[in-house]
Design a binder for this molecule. Structure first.
Ligand SMILES: [Zn+2]
Length: 356
């Protein structure tokens, strides 16, 4: 069986937002919630907590209230809510109706892991978990945040980070996108090390691709699903019927903080071949339902899911949602639901299963 977790990084653009917070985040999230409710599917929302604490600090109550109310609503509707951290919010400022985002502190590692520091990465994680727990305990006294996704997938070097997360109560990580690599002016990750692992225990005593085989001091990894394509058939299908592969997202709603340096002119040819032959994340933001479904079937086969239980996350972002996006996701959900090889579940449900 392949367990599929639909996951959404609930956040604004950290470069520039070409619209109000309502337009970029809250209204599109409503559209997702409506679909999940009508399809009776429970997904995981990784919510960007530093955006709220910083808005609160600067007295921007409207964002804080809308954020709190919406994540309480999603939880009440049976959605899973977990932690996402973009720490550069904490050094960003708000001027003339616009955020000026700090670039230097994009990665949590920037703050250091001093256990006693007020502004260390350890304090940021700890405070964020408490903040999230407090909001959701108003809905359910038993609520406890147990899962984490790093902003920009940035967990490397992972040893101190994993230890801090574990000590603050995190038990599941969903930041690793196997085979992918990225380098920009603000961030980097390199998950290209060869690995056969589909789910594993990530610990501070091992390399990120090694399984520590237990849940003590380690985090259960539910990776973001990645697949490679058959470049020739991809290129042919893309030329003949591009709509079968790429999702049309329409008007750009914002700009990212990371300018990917691999997209420079000089590297374009290599990049395009890499794009055709290399791995990519199974992203709800980028691909048509038919293409994602085919890729999930490949993932199932390649990872021998007929013989064992494997769990993988599909990633999406409310900030990229359009009507076409919702239609596409609906189609994908229905395709997955009608296939007995697949099971849709959220990350907290997976954690409950493995911890018993
Ligand atoms: Zn993010």
């Amino acid at each position: 069986m392949l367990n599929i977790c639909l996951t959404f990084d609930y956040e604004l653009f950290l470069g520039k937002n070409f619209g109000t917070e309502e337009e970029i985040l809250f209204a599109p999230t409503e559209q997702i919630l409506k679909l999940l409710k009508s399809e009776k599917v429970s997904a995981t929302f990784f919510v960007d907590i530093c955006s709220v604490t910083q808005n609160e600090k600067l007295g921007r109550e409207s964002y804080v209230n809308a954020f709190r109310e919406q994540i309480q609503k999603m939880y009440r509707e049976g959605q899973d809510v977990q932690l996402h951290i973009h720490p550069n919010w904490l050094r960003s400022s708000y001027k003339e109706k616009e955020w000026i985002f700090d670039q230097e502190s994009y990665r949590l590692h920037f703050f250091g892991f001093d256990r006693n520091g007020d502004e260390s990465a350890f304090a940021i994680i700890n405070n964020s978990i408490h903040y999230l727990n407090n909001i959701l305990c108003e809905v359910d006294k038993q609520y406890q945040c147990i899962a984490y996704r790093a902003g920009g997938f940035a967990i490397q070097p992972h040893k101190e980070l994993v230890k801090a997360l574990y000590d603050c109560g995190i038990r599941v990580d969903s930041s690793i996108a196997p085979h992918l690599v990225s380098k920009s002016n603000t961030n980097f990750y390199d998950y290209t090390h060869k690995t056969e692992q589909t789910n594993w225990y990530l610990s501070s005593e091992h390399e990120w691709w090694e399984n520590s085989e237990k849940l003590g001091n380690s985090l259960y990894e539910i990776p973001i699903a990645t697949e490679n394509k058959n470049p020739i058939s991809f290129l042919i299908t893309r030329t003949i019927s591009p709509e079968k592969i790429k999702l049309h997202l329409g008007r750009k709603k914002g700009a990212y903080i990371n300018e990917d340096s691999s997209k420079g002119r000089k590297n374009q040819k290599i990049s395009y071949w890499k794009y055709l032959s290399g791995y990519h994340a199974l992203s709800l933001d980028a691909y048509s339902a038919d293409f994602l479904y085919k890729q999930l079937c490949r993932y199932y086969k390649k990872n021998r899911c007929e013989a064992r239980d494997v769990t993988a996350a599909l990633i999406g972002h409310p900030k990229l949602v359009t009507d076409i996006y919702i239609e596409n996701m609906k189609r994908l959900i229905q395709m997955i639901k009608s296939d007995t090889r697949f099971n849709l579940c959220n990350i907290n449900e997976v954690y409950r299963k493995i911890s018993h």
